[in-house]
Structures are given as structure tokens and as C-alpha cells.
Design a protein around this ligand. Structure first.
Ligand SMILES: [Zn+2]
Ligand SMILES: [Zn+2]
Length: 238
């Protein structure tokens, strides 16, 4: 049976074969939710990239990791993102979060599933999402990362686990320095009750954007301290 949320999302959902981005109608769109023209405009992250966080690195560099990953602690094994946070994808993520377009999770979810299959990034025991604080959840009505995580969970048959809770209301991070972000996020997440099954398992953590990595690092730390054996990360863009 469909949940109330699913039926509600379908009501406000654009007509079949309509590109979510440019709103053009094309019969080949189907369940990609994006036309070929718009998809070709999305800027893919090309190698060489940092082995840890997928940041593009200099061709001439002999290093395997970017400077940030050399300098800072990372509790996750690896973080991957198919797209550069720029242009069309940046606009689309913005609309998804701030212009009440919850159904965009289908577009992003589908792009991520394709990417996970293509890059063989799909051997995980559980899939979790970076949580929103309850006040933000009330305001927005949905957690953008959770909707994507649940979509991937269904498509790749990886069980979704609601493992994390955001206990601290964090201020908007976009204008903050790395040090401020980290301070702001300290003790912001806790493990929920009754999720013991993730102990000794491999968890894929989903977030929308990777900026400095502070958010996914803080969540990974909490998961690892709880007893998870490995945490991997995926975001739409970075
Ligand atoms: Zn389009
Ligand atoms: Zn890196």
C-alpha cells in the first residue's frame, strides 16, 4: 500500500514524460525525469580525483589525496558524487530544497542509482541519510536526503535505516569557515534507539551536497563510534 506521503507527492508531481528541469515534453523521458539535452548539461566530475572525497585533483600531482583529506580526520572510507556543484545541478538542488519540489527526489535518486551501478558502488548492508533538525523538517516538510536514500534503497534493495537524529539546531553553514562549521556541528547528531543491527555493518550515508565534508564527517564519526564497521558516503554533487 502506498503511504500518505507517496500519494501526496504524486498529486503535485509533473505530468509523465516532462523534464523536471526545463519542463519540456519528450516521450523518451519516462522514468529518467530529465531530457537528454538537460542531462548532457550536467557537469560530471572527471578523474583524477581524491581517493577519499572525490575532489578533482591536479593531473600533475603524484598525490592520491587532496590537501583537506591529508590534513583532516575522515571517519568515512570514501565519499563519491557524480556531479560538480555548479550550473544546472546547483539550481535543481536549490529548487528541490527551497522551492517545495519534493518530487525531485526521483530525478536525483535515479541519477545516483545509475551512477552507483556504473561505478560498482553498491555493496552496502544499510543505507542512511543525514537527518534534518525537527524544526527544519517541520518547516520544509521533507528531508531531501532521506527521500533520495529511500529511493536508492528500493531500487538497489539495500535496507534503509533511520539511524541518526539531529539534536542541535545548526545555523546556515554556507557563509561559514571550515572551523566554524566544525564547531557548529559538534555533538549535532546522535544515534537513534533500536538500530543495533548496524553494529559491524557497512553503511552508505546519503547527503545532497558535499561542501567541506564537515556534515558527513560528523555523522560518520557518530556511526563509527557506535560500532559500524565502515561508512561510505554519496552526495548528488560536490
Ligand atoms: Zn530538460
Ligand atoms: Zn579529498
Amino acid at each position: 500500500m502506498k503511504s500518505y506521503a507517496d500519494s501526496f507527492l504524486e498529486l503535485i508531481y509533473p505530468e509523465k514524460n516532462t523534464c523536471f528541469i526545463c519542463e519540456d515534453y519528450d516521450q523518451s523521458i519516462e522514468d529518467k525525469y530529465i531530457c537528454t539535452h538537460c542531462e548532457n548539461l550536467l557537469k560530471k566530475i572527471e578523474p583524477p580525483t581524491c581517493k577519499k572525497c572525490s575532489k578533482p585533483i591536479d593531473y600533475n600531482s603524484s598525490k592520491e589525496y587532496c590537501q583537506e583529506c591529508c590534513d583532516e580526520e575522515r571517519h568515512f572510507v570514501k565519499s563519491k558524487s557524480p556531479y560538480a556543484y555548479d550550473g544546472l545541478i546547483k539550481k535543481a538542488i536549490f529548487s528541490y530544497k527551497y522551492y517545495n519540489k519534493p518530487y525531485f527526489y526521483k530525478l536525483f535518486g535515479n541519477l545516483l542509482v545509475k551512477y552507483m551501478i556504473d561505478t560498482d558502488y553498491k555493496c552496502f548492508d544499510y543505507i542512511a541519510a543525514v537527518p534534518l533538525h525537527s524544526s527544519k523538517m517541520r518547516k520544509r516538510g521533507y528531508n531531501q536526503s532521506e527521500l533520495i536514500a529511500r529511493y536508492i534503497s528500493k531500487k538497489l534493495s539495500i535496507p534503509y535505516i533511520d539511524a541518526l537524529k539531529r539534536t542541535k539546531k545548526t545555523t546556515k553553514q554556507s557563509g561559514q569557515s571550515k572551523i566554524e562549521r566544525r564547531k557548529n556541528l559538534k555533538y549535532a547528531f546522535v544515534i537513534k534507539k533500536n538500530v543495533e543491527k548496524i553494529i559491524n555493518s557497512t553503511v552508505l550515508l546519503v547527503d545532497d551536497i558535499y561542501t567541506t565534508g564537515s556534515t558527513v564527517e560528523e555523522c560518520s564519526k557518530v556511526l563509527m563510534n557506535y560500532g559500524t564497521s565502515k561508512v561510505y558516503v554519496i552526495t548528488i554533487a560536490r
